[in-house]
Design a protein around this ligand. Structure first.
Ligand SMILES: [Zn+2]
Length: 126
């Protein structure tokens, strides 16, 4: 029984999850393509998520910063910082959450809105 449900799980993996594994297999310490909105000198390295009482969170492409400016993102205790590393995506279990964060990653790493394998291949063979 257990094996069967495992099989189904593999089959039903959505596209983003598949790409996620592909990305993870290719190393995750990539430099982002966006400059820090605070100093405008360094590439962004962190993004922040603000949690609400019901467990949902808000995130915005504006809540990003470099190593030196990351303190600016910590506006209150409900806010958490995360680095722009592909492994971070795997920490968010809910499909909808992964998608939202995945979209932010696409933007920050300069990937097209559709995660296509060819595009990602280009990205990693630069
Ligand atoms: Zn900065």
């Amino acid at each position: 029984m257990k094996e069967k449900s495992g099989e189904n799980y593999t089959k039903n993996k959505n596209q983003l999850e598949g790409h996620l594994e592909w990305l993870l297999a290719r190393g995750e310490n990539r430099e982002t393509k966006m400059y820090c909105p605070y100093c405008r000198k360094t590439s962004v390295e962190y993004f922040s998520i603000r949690y609400s009482a019901n467990g949902n969170f808000s995130l915005s492409p504006n809540f990003i910063a470099c190593e030196n400016c990351k303190e600016n993102l910590l506006v209150d205790k409900k806010t958490q910082l995360f680095p722009f590393k592909f492994s971070v995506l795997a920490k968010f279990r809910r499909k909808g959450d992964q998608k939202r964060i995945g979209k932010l990653f696409q933007k920050v790493f300069g990937l097209s809105s559709r995660l296509r394998k060819e595009k990602i291949f280009e990205f990693f063979s630069e």
